[in-house]
Design a protein around this ligand. Structure first.
Ligand SMILES: Cc1cc2nc3c(=O)[nH]c(=O)nc-3n(C[C@H](O)[C@H](O)[C@H](O)COP(=O)(O)OP(=O)(O)OC[C@H]3O[C@@H](n4cnc5c(N)ncnc54)[C@H](O)[C@@H]3O)c2cc1C
Length: 424
């Protein structure tokens, strides 16, 4: 094997002195590869963060980020576009900041990971060689749970808007076109799903719009779960204080299919007709991570010290595709934390060093319950050596005491900070 260049070694010595907080055991062994190649698949919260931090920790690593979208569109705050309080431009950030860190951007879709040959194949035909590959493709939908949604045109008519982008703008248009007095139906799948508070925040945002512009309209929240899955008492208080008679919440209401032409969600018990349907199908790891799914045919389990797949060495997975630790949400804050921890671990592994053996992750999820008022939930997760698991630290975190405007300001600051940290 080639040995490490002096400049790279010198840089890493500097990194060990301060830059790479999560990069343990810097002192002893010789690094093994000159200019190793890391390919990151998916330029969302997890992948973009990992790509940037790989270069920050060790600029001798050649980092290629594969992402089909021209720009980053944030799911967090996308519900405010539905409420009419933000535009698509407000939640869109270009990828140019990553290029300034030396991340090579490839605008394409990865179609296969050849672990034996250490190659990523792309839809346009190119092949990218890697020493290590990091997958952060987010979620895909289990359409098989809603059979009629696989028929032609169904997915263009009944939207999820659970990947921010064209569907967010299209759902806003459907809401604008809906008559006053119409019914907007949101169907929520059984947990776990991306962003546990997201559907309830969406109900608040659309209710704020209806209250101002279509006050005879109604929102029906059909939840497959027995209760609101995150910040329940806070959301229920917002619904009764701000949107009385606008939002009706129905727990234990699992969708089994959709009558697309009849604008009807089919439930285990009875059907519900609406004017605009917003159906969130059950979710699983993004398709490119499918060979590395380990659990319930849905999620990818990993070694939490390295983010290496339990199904395949050399392949790292992070973000919403993961089998989460106990009480760990599928959130942007989490994916951003995974990205940094994974980048530090990959740098360590490429240098034949041990990764940090005591990682900690923090999470904060804000939800805007009106144009200005917000609530939050926070948690801290620490590696448990005995079980090899990230566990919620007892007594850490918690929820807001009440919705208020200060939290609304924190929400906007959180968004600006995480966009700068992930992409700037
Ligand atoms: C409405 C809504 C509101 C939310 N609000 C919040 C919030 O307030 N706070 C919070 O912390 N979280 C929030 N979330 C959750 C957050 O958006 C996700 O947890 C986060 O985006 C997960 O990051 P990720 O990197 O796993 O996936 P993503 O950010 O979705 O990134 C995945 C990327 O991979 C790309 N990709 C997929 N497959 C391939 C492939 N084969 N080749 C190349 N690229 C590929 C996609 O194009 C995408 O850019 C919200 C989510 C929703 C839907």
């Amino acid at each position: 094997m080639e040995r490490f260049s002096n400049s790279r070694r010198r840089f890493l010595e500097g990194a060990c002195a301060g830059v790479a907080a999560g990069f343990a055991g810097c002192a002893s062994k010789e690094p093994v590869l000159a200019n190793p190649k890391v390919v990151v698949v998916g330029g969302g919260y997890g992948g973009a963060t990992a790509a940037k931090y790989l270069r920050l920790i060790d600029p001798t690593i050649e980092v290629t980020l594969v992402e089909p979208n021209e720009a980053f569109v944030s799911c967090p705050l996308s519900n405010l576009v539905l409420g009419g309080f933000m535009t698509m431009a407000n939640i869109t950030t270009p990828y140019t900041g990553l290029a300034s860190h030396g991340v090579r951007l490839v605008r394409d879709t990865a179609t296969a990971i050849d672990v034996e040959k250490k190659q990523v194949r792309l839809a346009k035909g190119d092949i990218l060689a890697f020493d290590r590959v990091i997958l952060s493709p987010g979620i895909d939908f289990m359409w098989e749970a809603l059979p009629a949604m696989r028929s032609a045109g169904a997915q263009d008519a009944v939207l999820h808007a659970w990947k921010a982008g064209p569907q967010t703008a299209a759902l806003r248009q459907q809401l604008e076109a809906m008559r006053d007095g119409g019914v907007f139906v949101i169907s929520i799948p059984e947990a776990p799903f991306r962003c546990p508070p997201g559907p309830y925040e969406r109900a608040c945002q659309v209710a704020a719009y209806f209250k101002a512009r279509k006050p005879r309209s109604k929102i029906l929240l059909l939840d497959a779960n027995p209760d609101v899955t995150s910040k329940g008492p806070l959301f229920k208080k917002a619904w009764s204080d701000l949107y009385r008679d606008l939002i009706e919440y129905r727990p234990n209401s699992k969708a089994t299919d959709v009558d697309v032409r009849g604008n009807t969600v089919k439930l285990e018990f009875g059907d519900v007709k609406g004017d605009v349907l917003n159906v969130l199908p059950p979710m699983k790891a993004g398709a490119i991570a499918a060979p590395f799914i380990t659990t319930n045919a849905r999620w990818c389990d990993i070694d939490w010290l390295t983010y290496e797949s339990k199904a395949m060495k050399g392949v790292h997975v992070l973000g919403d595709s993961l089998l989460p630790g106990p009480a760990m949400p599928k959130s942007a804050t989490m994916a951003n934390g995974h990205g940094k921890a994974c980048a530090a671990a990959v740098v360590a592994l490429l240098n034949d060093q041990p990764p940090n053996n005591s990682p900690t992750l923090v999470n904060t999820c804000y939800s805007m319950v009106s144009e200005k008022l917000a609530i939050h939930v926070a948690s801290v997760h620490k590696y448990d050596t005995k079980d090899g698991q990230m566990k919620a630290v007892p007594g850490s975190g918690g929820v807001s005491s009440a919705m208020n405007e200060a939290e609304g300001v924190y929400t906007m600051n959180w968004a600006r900070n995480i966009w700068a940290d992930t992409l700037g």
